[in-house]
Design a protein around this ligand. Structure first.
Ligand SMILES: Cc1cc2nc3c(=O)[nH]c(=O)nc-3n(C[C@H](O)[C@H](O)[C@H](O)COP(=O)(O)O)c2cc1C
Length: 541
């Protein structure tokens, strides 16, 4: 069997047994959630302590926002609103940080690197972002020189997730990368910047510019691997060969901190990582995107307030219904609009499509629905599922929204059971399973396996933020019984597989948890420069 499909099969959870995992958690070896590079020069970043004046509705409309100059203040804002901390939580004797980008188990395998020429306030080089201190660590001083943009790379530390989730962890690292990509896209859009995924770069090149291939500078049991690279700015990104040539004069410093003293090996993870490495020059095929009407307004809240206020619901009230209008807007934001974040990041045909478990949406029959995100997918999905599903149009649904009723049913218990018995999948307004095309993955383009999970993570990030904008909350669900869903849908698993679940509804807040603002210790007055509202079209709070 193909090694990727074999990994996928073996990392499935089943009703009668979970995918191989550590069982008991070894708390003594819990990985440090924060990477650092002792020995590197640190660049303290200014903090955004006021909200941006750009509203969520402005961000989600097609008009171009004012483009900020590329300087330390704007880049600090980009990093804070994408990979930065959003709050500290505490309970009993423990205290943990939350970030603008969510992560399975809050373990945060994804790291961010800024690669830039000399900019006002930021020297040319390769910089690692440290979210907990909101600073850049200059891993390399390098004579980069190109106009109008910066490169931002994401990498992953599989060990962080494997510590808790064992074999299945590789999937979660990819989901998290997708969430982080979308988080970057939204934050950049708020600053008037375009973001493009540089799909022609190979993993070896991303490893070289981030320095994660300098294995002697990393603990052997905690390798960090290249994930994705984006261009943020105007015009065309410099070619990989050009950037790597300019790096010849780079001077590297520091070495990675140790995250855990003890490790357990999960050999399937480096194996599937190796099997899905992306070579240079294979570009994602461009798609002619459909013309879609503007999204209907949903929230006048500041983008930065919404992004920093995003939280995963840990429980839902099991009674609140959302309006049909709110539901349609949420789904509409999942359609690939070429000019809106995060879909503007890559102009490719959607390969991940939700099957929805509707529980509490006013005016909609509870039941099973499907949203093929492009016309081709409708035909494919219809022929890949139970032949007697209705595929009925939904009265009142906007014409351009391809939402279909498959069966009117009470699917609350089904959603709970298949989502590893988690009540959040049934107590919400709706939940969903994301079906990804699997037929193109394999020996020809094995890295597409990772990209499918990124796409699912991006859908998840849209749902998280759209839910907040609608006054409700979402939660990603990485724990589900893959084949139970496939069986119920009679899904042709050669063509599609369920790769992620999500749920949206009215959250119950756990009042036992303590809450502190993200950067209380760093705020102005304690020595940190503030980004003034006027600098980034901000408004006071
Ligand atoms: C890929 C992914 C999978 C997740 N799976 C689950 C899950 O199965 N159950 C759950 O309750 N939360 C799940 N979460 C939510 C995380 O626990 C949550 O994002 C994390 O604790 C950080 O909290 P925050 O999202 O409020 O910042 C998942 C999140 C992501 C991104």
């Amino acid at each position: 069997m193909d090694p990727i499909l074999s990994y996928h099969e073996r990392s499935k959870h089943h009703l009668e047994r979970y995918a191989p995992g550590p069982g008991e958690l070894d708390w003594a070896s819990q990985p440090d959630p924060f990477r650092s590079y002792p020995g590197t020069p640190e660049l303290e970043l200014p903090l955004l302590t006021r909200e941006l004046s750009v509203s969520w509705d402005e961000l989600c409309s097609s008009g171009q926002l004012r483009q900020q100059a590329l300087n330390v203040d704007a880049l600090a804002c980009l990093l804070q609103l994408s990979l930065g901390l959003s709050a500290w939580k505490s309970y009993g004797g423990s205290r943990w940080a939350l970030r603008c980008n969510p992560s399975s188990g809050n373990l945060h395998p994804t790291e961010g690197y800024l690669i830039c020429p000399d900019l006002p306030g930021v020297p040319a080089g390769v910089h690692h972002y440290r979210p907990e201190r909101h600073c850049l660590e200059q891993r390399a001083a390098a004579p980069f020189s190109w106009p109008d943009g910066v490169l931002l790379a994401l990498t992953g530390i599989h060990w962080r997730e494997a510590w808790k989730y064992g074999m299945r962890a590789f999937r979660y690292c990819q989901h998290d990368c997708g969430h982080a990509l979308a988080a970057l896209s939204y934050a950049a859009a708020a600053l008037g910047w375009q973001v493009r995924l540089l799909s022609a770069w190979g993993d070896a090149e991303i490893a070289a510019i981030t320095g994660v291939d300098r294995t002697a500078e990393f603990p052997a049991a905690e390798p960090e691997v290249p994930e994705a690279l984006v261009w943020i700015g105007r015009g065309t990104a410099p070619a990989a060969t050009e950037v790597l040539a300019q790096m010849k004069g780079a001077v590297w410093s520091g070495s990675a901190n140790t995250l855990s003293q003890q490790h357990r090996d999960w050999p399937d993870i480096p194996a599937v990582a190796a099997a899905t490495r992306k070579p240079t020059g294979k570009v994602m095929a461009a798609d002619a995107q459909q013309a879609l009407p503007d999204l209907v307004p949903t929230s006048r809240l500041s983008v930065s307030e919404l992004i920093r206020g995003r939280r995963s619901a840990q429980a839902f009230d099991a009674v609140t219904a959302i309006s049909a209008q709110c539901f349609y807007r949420l789904l509409d934001a999942l359609l690939p609009r070429a000019d809106l974040p995060p879909w503007a990041m890559m102009n490719v045909e959607p390969c991940v499509h939700p099957v929805l478990f509707v529980h509490r949406v006013e005016g909609l029959e509870p039941g099973l629905y499907c949203l093929p995100r492009c016309a081709n997918a409708f035909i494919e999905l219809r022929s890949a599922m139970r032949p007697d599903w209705l595929w009925a149009s939904v009265p009142g649904c906007p014409d351009h929204l391809p939402l279909f009723l498959l069966a009117p049913l009470d699917v609350k218990q089904f959603a709970v059971t298949t989502s590893c018995h988690q009540d959040i999948a049934g107590d919400s307004a709706f939940a969903l399973a994301m079906l990804a095309r699997f037929d193109g993955i394999g020996q020809a383009e094995p890295w597409l396996y990772r990209q499918r999970f990124w796409e699912a993570g991006m859908l998840g990030q849209v749902l998280y933020l759209e839910a907040e904008a609608a006054g409700v909350q979402g939660t990603g669900i990485g724990c589900y019984f893959d084949d139970e869903v496939h069986r119920a849908l009679e899904l042709d698993t050669q063509r599609f597989q369920d790769i992620y679940h999500f749920t949206v509804g009215k959250a119950l807040v756990d009042a036992r948890l303590g809450h502190e603002p993200a950067y209380a210790n760093l705020e102005a007055g304690v020595g940190r420069r503030e980004i003034l509202g006027a600098d980034l079209t901000g408004k006071g709070t």
